[in-house]
Design a protein around this ligand. Structure first.
Ligand code: SF4
Ligand code: SF4
Length: 100
């Protein structure tokens, strides 16, 4: 996991629609290309990064990408949002805006 993870329970009770509305992705690709993580969770399996679905700097399974990808930079563990990755530019923005 990235070393730039900010632990917080501020978003724990928020639904995924709300969380997604806060994310302003910069399409830098860092969460898919292996620069930040070695793998992502896809259900009970792991997808090794760089992700095989990351093509031409886009997600080729965008509409069916895993929930962890949908909610990133929020970090979901056992179904609970417990952290934000602030190495992600969108995560850094959220942390600055919503966490004081
Ligand atoms: S690291 Fe953050 S800003 Fe970059 S593509 Fe992933 S979600 Fe978007
Ligand atoms: S499934 Fe899509 S969003 Fe998730 S890591 Fe792979 S390319 Fe990125």
């Amino acid at each position: 996991m990235s070393s730039s993870v900010f632990l917080t329970d501020k978003f724990r009770d928020k639904d995924s629609k709300y969380l997604q509305s806060l994310i302003s992705c910069k399409s830098c690709g860092k969460c898919c290309n292996g620069k930040m993580f070695d793998y992502i969770l896809f259900g009970n399996s792991r997808i090794k990064l760089p992700c095989k679905f990351h093509k031409n700097n886009r997600c080729s399974i965008y509409s069916s990408r895993p929930i962890n990808c949908r909610l990133f930079p929020f970090i979901v563990y056992n179904g609970i949002v417990s952290a934000i990755c602030i190495e992600c530019p969108a995560g850094e923005e959220i942390a600055k805006k919503y966490i004081t």
